[in-house]
Design a protein around this ligand. Sequence first.
Ligand code: CA
Length: 385
Amino acid sequence: MSVLKSIVKPSELAALFKLKFSKQHNHANVLEILEHDTNMKFCFKTLDKVSRSFAAVIKQLPQELSISICLFYLILRALDSIEDDMELPNDKKIKLLLNFHKKNYENGWKLENVGDKAVYRDLLANYDLVIAAFSTLSPKYQKIITDACEKMGSGMADFVAREIVSLADYNLYCHHVAGIVGIGLSQIFAASEMENPEIQFQEELANSMGLFLQKTNIVRDYKEDIEENRSFWPKAIWSLYTSKLESFATFPGTATAMACLNHLINDALAHAIDCLDYLKQLKNEHVFKFCAIPQVMAIATLCEVYNNPQVFTKNVKIRKGYAAKLMLNTNSVLDVVKIYHHMAHAMEAMITQNTPKSIETLVLVQEIKKYCATEIALANTEPAF
Ligand code: CA
């Protein structure tokens, strides 16, 4: 369906083909690993199934980083699968979340019938293979992964029976499930000695990198989460607009629903400049792409969901061809700055006097534009991508 949509846009179709072709080149170093290692073979296969977009950026990394980050991702995905299983009794769930980081050292440990989708159940049911692969990692990576896993598990456990009410709760929850990933990844980059060692000390910026992605997903996934009987929208914000969050799905596009949506988009947009500040510090081109591509997809998604009533009725996604084009155009900080400038400008153009929360949005997008314009002027090129 989305491929068909791209046919009317030749540049997007070309990008789709180019991406398909270049992906095969990226896979070369990973394919080599798979030939000899059945545990890693399972891990990379599962990675492809759980997240095609992350799989692509992980596989283009240098081999050592590719393996440790593939495992980091799968281990946290397994933890998240425990958190997301709404059939699991709370007491059992909390115990698993708190102890999960220890399981990575228990040979043969696996967990049957947990996970809300087949692919997650499969990951947990074969978790012994992940543990076997993890045991071959250098201890420096094992420690970073275990620390992050312990912090995330205890943060998730805190929120099992607790609602996300205040904005502080929202930021704390997002820190536990995403900020910690940004910080852990920065430590992995530094430990690999393939990246600027200073990056491990940029915890505030690394946290923002995670929060920007997480908040974008939380905003976009409104409908899917409501259907699953859960929500991550902070009550302190939505209660300003409605007494029942589910009512937005029944009456989408009302002025109050749109105001609430835009309010949360503004909250996410506030992290955008931190992300650019983080990306500016990276030196390795593959690490840069790994970090930058998800951020570019996030700002494109925010641009797509901004003031868009469809968020309340379906899962709004950016077109595949458009995503491919953005991916191929993300090679340097200047590229990212140009894309952010473009997205901020596109959002600004959607603002009218009647757009809810428009003044706050205007301030945010103009700040992003100003930052980007300064970077572009420094590089002495044109503000178009
Ligand atoms: Ca979750």
